[in-house]
Ligand binder design. Structure first.
Ligand SMILES: Nc1ncnc2c1ncn2[C@@H]1O[C@H](COP(=O)(O)OP(=O)(O)OP(=O)(O)O)[C@@H](O)[C@H]1O
Ligand SMILES: [Mg+2]
Length: 352
């Protein structure tokens, strides 16, 4: 996949505050890249530099082979939806969507056709003549999305474009957005702090923390193979177990857990034998059984959630584990003795 957008060593400070810190990214042609991270980690700042509203202190931004680091926004062929989706308040929805085409000098009849199609795509044909002040927050977001896409930009930059929508509409729009993006084949950078949204939509996810990209990979890679405690916990619930690397064979490590149980785990970077390690295992990978296989302990509580049970388990050595179990099959009860096990491939070593 040819890189359509390259971000190389980009850094930006605001006074003492290091907002974006030496970020490298290569976004492939037609790829949907999710930028995921907690509030304040630098997502918007990075997007604004790609869009041209902020100049990096250092580093370069390259689009389709051209260095655009200092090019003004209008000279970049980018469609942008801002976090606050700033629509022109005195223009109707249709005029907002058509604005970018008008300034590009497109013929009126063509603009009308394109604007209609763009509003249709976001289910807003009926609201074409309303002003932003007469639209709900979610409708305004959809107008902003239509406005960004109608110019058929080379790259689409979206900063939390669905955050004002309620849950159902949001899920509907996620599917719509993904289909639209696939159909048009447009390279997209999508900012969100919602991990499920990032996983649903993205081809790859860049997980950011304090201005840095901590991990970059497919949703499955970052979810199943988080490299750090931060990434593991940010992307959902995880169990962290303490132990020591007993044996190291390539990327497979035998870990002696606290309490003595030996388990296998995968490690992207093999640790030194004998060193303390931390193991991450997702709750859905942990199986509790009433037969002595795995790590022994006691069931502390079982919560029924309809589609699953959450079992809270404490190993004999005192580590807390959480297991998601199907409601069918053996059902543990509070106070039961049980044994926890998981497939070796689902346990990964992480950096603390
Ligand atoms: N114009 C500015 N002046 C000063 N500091 C700024 C400015 N813009 C951003 N910052 C600071 O830079 C850091 C990164 O901000 P940014 O808006 O990029 O975060 P974010 O990841 O988009 O967060 P959120 O999820 O809340 O939108 C924050 O500490 C923020 O306070
Ligand atoms: Mg932001």
């Amino acid at each position: 996949m040819a890189a359509d957008l390259l971000v190389q060593g980009v850094t930006r400070r605001f006074g003492e505050q290091l907002a974006v810190d030496r970020v490298d990214l290569a976004v492939g042609q037609g790829e949907f890249l999710g930028l995921l991270g907690p509030s304040g980690c630098g997502k918007t700042t990075l997007l604004r530099m790609i869009a041209g509203f902020l100049v990096p202190d250092s580093g370069r931004i390259i689009c389709a082979g051209q260095d655009i680091t200092t090019l003004p926004p209008f000279a970049r062929n980018l469609g942008v939806v801002f976090q606050n989706y700033a629509l022109f308040p005195h223009m109707t929805a249709a005029e907002n969507v058509g604005y970018g085409l008008k300034v590009r000098g497109m013929a009126r009849a063509e603009i009308v056709t394109r604007v209609k199609a763009a509003l249709d795509r976001v289910n807003l044909a009926h609201a074409a003549d309303r002003l932003p002040g007469q639209l709900s927050g979610g409708m305004q977001q959809r107008v902003a999305l239509a406005r960004a896409m109608v110019i058929e930009p080379r790259i689409l930059l979206l900063d939390e474009p669905l955050s004002a929508l309620d849950k159902n509409l949001r899920e509907e729009m996620q599917v719509e957005l993904r289909l639209l993006q696939q159909r048009v084949g447009i390279t997209t950078v999508f900012v969100t702090h919602d991990q499920e949204e990032a996983m649903t939509l993205s081809d790859r996810i860049a997980v950011m923390q304090a201005g840095r990209v901590m991990q970059l990979g497919t949703p499955e890679e970052v979810y199943r193979r988080p490299i750090s405690r931060f990434v593991a916990t940010f992307l959902g619930t995880t169990n962290l177990l303490e132990g020591k690397a007993a044996r190291v064979a390539g990327n497979t490590v035998t870990v002696a857990l606290e309490g003595g149980a030996m388990v296998e785990a995968s490690a992207p970077v093999p640790p030194t034998p004998g060193s303390p390690v931390q193991l991450a295992v997702r709750p859905e990978s942990i199986l509790l059984r009433s037969t002595p296989e795995g790590v022994p302990g006691t069931v502390e509580d079982v919560l029924f959630q309809g589609h699953r049970l959450i079992a809270l388990f404490r190993t004999d050595s005192g580590q807390e584990l959480r297991s998601y179990m199907p409601p069918s099959g053996w059902r543990p009860a509070r106070g039961d003795r049980a044994w926890a096990s998981w497939p070796a491939a689902e346990a990964g070593l992480i950096q603390a």
